[in-house]
Design a protein around this ligand. Structure first.
Ligand code: CTP
Length: 404
């Protein structure tokens, strides 16, 4: 899969730089040609000698080679590479990337990069959680950089928390998934119609209040982008989220309540080749919505009577015809596999994507997810990945089941 691929491995100055040697070795073993660019601080943590021995190429760090005066062209490097991965990406390197502070060879190369860029951040938990780091990460994501979220665990400071660079094996899996996504021809799903439900639903109590949930919509939006990139025409039926659709082949239908989502979905799904039910639909809604704002009255607190919402996936599953592939999600806290299989059956779906709330980094409102993809005859467990990588795994599974 990585044979002949040109990869720039950027290394910035953090303790996790020692893991970059293992990452480099795995990439080279998988057949990639790797050019290492290390920041001046990175060299305090791992020597260029080790890295050039492993990559079989001189390591680049300065703008010029000291003796010969040979200039290293960051523009040429940008053109040469199929992918740039910066691991570890320290808080400082992330900040420089987000703000275009081109004071070393790694950042100038990043600013000239035409290829896809990934970062695997590594830092102390407080630095990771700091609003400025999180702001910079959001900026990079908006700029199209793929962030391989740090893992939880013991850190160099001996504190325990989020900030450990993801293990080299898992970084390689994300890199392979990127090339897999790219290898799938642009037009491999051309002409296919796909419907996706995403986000939460809001169930009104009165004009200013509602019952909702913490769903961010990120998983559904990532799946929509993935299908569109492969040539499908996508209808994205989404509850209230703060995300924008990027691909022109995605038609967005914004709804608010489960009933609105239901009406759109049962009309759209029967016309589609694929339907993915990624929305976190509220199972119940208030029986009535007060026409005026409920006042804070003296005495007893109001009691809100709830009634059941329709099960959108199950209703569409009942209408499913041969050849259509329908995908559901199951968010479970216990007895996960058995519950997910039961939902697959009950809702008449073909694929169930299971996330367990017992797994850190999985489920709602995170940028990552850890899933098991279940079909009638198989179960595939995947490691913690960005939702973009998980979307590719889901779409690959759908493509495997589509007959033509
Ligand atoms: N779903 C749906 N409409 C609903 C409830 C769920 O379309 N009213 C879909 C979800 O989008 C998801 C799947 O059904 O794809 C499973 O959702 P989940 O909330 O895990 O299951 P429920 O059937 O609501 O079961 P429970 O909450 O009891 O676990």
């Amino acid at each position: 899969m990585l044979k002949g691929k040109h990869i720039i491995l950027g290394i910035s100055g953090g303790i996790a730089a020692y893991k970059s040697a293992a990452l480099l070795r795995l990439l080279v073993k998988a057949g990639a040609e790797v050019q290492v660019i290390i920041t001046p601080n990175g060299k305090e943590f791992i020597t260029p000698v080790t890295l050039s021995a492993l990559s079989g190429k001189p390591v680049i760090s300065e703008f010029f080679t000291a003796n010969s005066g040979e200039w290293h062209s960051h523009v040429d490097l940008g053109l040469w590479a199929d992918l740039m991965i910066i691991a570890p990406a320290t808080a400082s390197t992330i900040a420089k990337m987000a703000n275009g502070v081109a004071d070393n060879m790694l950042i100038t190369t990043y600013l000239s990069a035409k290829e896809h860029v990934m970062i695997a951040p590594a830092m102390d938990l407080d630095m990771w959680a700091h609003p400025s780091t999180q702001r910079n990460i959001r900026t990079l994501e908006q700029d199209g950089v793929e962030v391989i979220s740090p893992a939880d665990g013991e850190l160099a400071s001996h504190l325990v928390g989020k900030g450990r660079m993801e293990e080299p094996e898992n970084i390689v899996k994300c890199i392979k998934a990127f090339f897999e996504r790219n290898n799938v021809s642009e037009a491999s799903l051309a002409g296919k119609k796909v419907m996706i439900t995403a986000g939460p639903t809001y169930e009104k109590i009165d004009p200013v209040r509602f019952i909702g949930n913490f769903s961010s919509g990120k998983m559904g939006f990532a799946i929509a982008e993935e299908f569109a990139q492969r040539g499908a025409d996508v209808t994205l039926v989404t509850g209230p989220v703060s995300l924008d659709v990027k691909h022109p082949r995605i038609k967005r239908i914004s709804i608010e309540s489960a009933l609105e989502m239901y009406e759109t979905a049962v009309q759209t799904a029967p016309e589609c080749d694929v339907a993915v039910f990624a929305a976190a639909v509220a199972d119940y809604r208030p029986e009535t919505c007060n026409q005026t704002k409920i006042k804070r009255e003296k005495g007893e607190a109001p009691v809100i009577k709830l009634v059941k919402n329709p099960d959108i996936a199950a209703a569409c599953g009942k209408l499913k015809k041969d050849g259509q592939i329908f995908v559901g999600f199951a968010l479970e806290t216990d007895n996960e596999l058995a519950n997910a299989r039961e939902k697959l059956d009950k809702k008449n779906l073909d694929i169930m994507v299971l996330n367990s709330l017992r797994d850190a980094g999985a489920g709602f409102a995170t940028d990552t997810n850890k899933v098991t993809i279940i079909t009638e005859n198989s179960e595939m467990q995947f490691p913690l990945k960005s939702k973009v990588c998980v979307a590719a795994d889901i779409v690959n599974t759908v493509q495997g089941l589509l007959t033509h």
